[in-house]
Design a protein around this ligand. Structure first.
Ligand SMILES: [Zn+2]
Length: 133
């Protein structure tokens, strides 16, 4: 299982297009609100048996995960947003750290935008909170 998760990471990077596709923030928000995303998210959780794939590959430990993370950032490679090989189950704690360690400059900006979006449209979506960055 550890090898499977590792192979997937390599595959995700090999699927990257040479031409970068940058989505707008609105497109990103719409994507995380879509039915399509909810469906893909669910199939990733099922495929990974709800196990944190980062913890498994990096530490060889089995812990539960309930967040679905894009291995290659969709803000830099929009074409990989629906690529199941670019998705993995991760726990909230590891997810936050993963993004902070990558130095994701969009993090605070996205959270701010999502807060505004939620206030404006009264949207309450756990999926969106889980995986907006
Ligand atoms: Zn993520």
């Amino acid at each position: 299982m550890q090898t499977v998760a590792n192979d997937r990471r390599h595959k995700a990077f090999s699927n990257v297009s040479h031409v970068k596709q940058y989505p707008t923030e609105d497109e990103v928000i719409q994507f995380y609100h879509s039915k399509e995303w909810r469906r893909i998210r669910q199939s990733v959780l099922e495929r990974d048996h709800g196990i944190d794939q980062w913890e498994l590959t990096e530490r060889g430990r089995l812990i539960p995960g309930d967040t679905v993370h894009h291995i290659v950032e969709i803000r830099e490679h929009w074409e990989l947003r629906n690529d199941i090989d670019n998705l993995e189950t991760i726990s909230k704690g590891n997810h936050n750290r993963e993004h902070i360690e990558k130095g994701n400059k969009n993090l605070n900006k996205s959270r701010h935008k999502i807060d505004n979006f939620k206030v404006k449209n009264s949207v309450k979506s756990r999926d969106v909170q889980d995986e907006i960055f």
